[in-house]
Ligand binder design. Structure first.
Ligand code: NDP
Length: 400
């Protein structure tokens, strides 16, 4: 069917690459291009003997538009799948525009110096992508990603209007370390140490970090503490889903994680303000990343399950209705299949599916779109087929 260039070769990319290689009919060729080429080569060496997908590798600095343009022009992919960091979104989008290549990512752009997730920078590319006749699919991970597809599916099949959405992200996994992050520590800590917020009646309501706590009993995991966080998909879902009055995002955290984080915060280790250390500038959070366990090393030691989904409340045929859509994923099963834990798995699988939707022409609109703006049905089908089956509950326990 076609060729895909994958940028980045970290935790999420590794899963997406495994999945592309299982799906050779669509992904006839992939190029893995990242900052550290040896990681790309190691993955190629492992996977090439197992797949018909032809794997190529390259070194690229994705902060540099000219380098990206030259590489895209030499490989001529149908789609660029951006699995580097959010800081690279705009340079990669610029390179896609210059080469008229479709673009897919899993996280919205964030400037390096302010921990602020907003779509405004990427939405500003709408007209240019439309004119170039190419698609940018934003947020094709799990959250954002599957949560948007779930919302579009609920809207299409279960409701006339959705008034309340609660996104619940539960990781019941245990890696045995007192403190480690499940994905890129810098991105993860920036996210959880920021103020919380949710949208009510069209306006953002801000909370202190971890101010709002609830307890929820998750199927497959059990009872967990969860905290309200700001999350990027709130912004797009509040615009794209009809009738929304309030939308919130909760994530579970264990007490050990929170105590360590508080202490690191209190001593200044989570700061993104550069400081001088022995004559050179360092960013405390980047230094912290260097001493924490590499998320990729958690795979073999993590046991337990994740349960991520959305509880919808709204109206169907004039009557009130509640509906919960979720996926349960087992850390050890993921590790057996692709050598990664469930956090990378639940992001890497939808990333592959998003690229597949564009490559097969199943999703075809020129412009910049969030995932819930496309027909959810083929994506929902693909989730069941490619390792993230979903479950429904028509009488869920609600979050107050
Ligand atoms: P990792 O840190 O494991 O991987 C990032 C990769 O990008 C590394 O291979 C890194 O190279 C490469 N990279 C970084 N900077 C550059 C650059 N300038 N040029 C080229 N390559 C670069 O991160 P994850 O795999 O955990 O996360 C990847 C993305 O997925 C992030 O944007 C994250 O926010 C997003 N994500 C989305 C989720 C969702 O549900 N939507 C959930 C989890 C993550 P090197 O190997 O040299 O360091």
């Amino acid at each position: 069917m076609g060729k895909c260039m994958i940028i980045g070769c970290g935790g999420v990319a590794s899963v997406a690459i495994h999945k592309c290689c299982q799906n050779s009919e669509v992904f006839e060729g992939i190029m893995i291009a990242s900052r550290t080429k040896s990681k790309c080569d190691a993955l190629k060496e492992k996977l090439q003997p197992t797949t018909k997908t032809v794997i190529e590798t390259a070194q690229v600095n994705a902060d540099n538009v000219d380098e990206l343009v030259a590489l895209i022009n030499s490989y001529k992919p149908d789609v660029v799948l951006n699995l580097a960091l959010p800081y690279q979104d705009l340079t990669i989008m610029d390179a896609c525009l210059a080469t008229k290549t479709h673009y897919v990512d899993t996280a919205n752009y964030e400037p390096l110096d302010t921990a602020k997730f907003e779509y405004k920078w990427q939405w500003a590319y709408r007209e240019r992508f439309e004119k170039a006749g190419i698609t940018a699919l934003l947020g094709s991970g799990f959250d954002p990603g599957v949560t948007g597809v779930f919302s579009a599916y609920a809207m299409k099949h279960q409701f006339d209007e959705i008034n309340y959405i609660d996104i619940l992200d539960c990781n019941g996994g245990d890696h045995g370390y007192p403190f480690a992050t499940n994905f890129n520590p810098e991105i993860n800590i920036r996210e959880v140490s920021a103020k919380g917020s949710y949208i009510e009646d069209g306006k953002w309501v801000e909370t202190e970090p971890m101010e709002i706590k609830r307890v929820y009993n998750f199927k497959g995991v059990g009872e967990k503490d969860m905290y309200l966080l700001h999350h990027e998909e709130l912004e797009s879902l509040a615009l794209n889903i009809k009738g929304i009055k309030r939308i919130r995002f909760f994530m579970t955290f264990g007490q050990s994680y929170l105590t360590h984080l508080k202490c690191l915060e209190n001593v200044g280790m989570t700061s993104i303000e550069p400081i001088m250390y022995e004559g050179r500038e360092i960013v405390p959070l980047q230094f912290l990343k260097a001493v924490l366990p590499d998320p990729a090393s958690l795979g073999p030691r993590t046991v337990g399950k994740t349960n991520i989904g959305c509880i919808f409340r709204g109206k169907k045929d004039g009557k009130d209705k509640n509906y919960y859509l979720y996926n349960i994923c087992d850390h050890q099963e993921c590790y057996k299949e692709v050598g990664s834990q469930a956090i990378s798995y639940t992001t890497g699988v939808p990333a592959m599916i998003g690229a597949m939707m564009i490559m097969t022409g199943t999703w075809k609109k020129a412009g910049v779109y969030n995932i819930e703006e496309f027909d959810p049905d083929p994506f929902m089908e693909a989730l069941n087929k490619w390792g993230l089956p979903w479950e429904e509950d028509f009488n869920p326990v609600l979050v107050d």
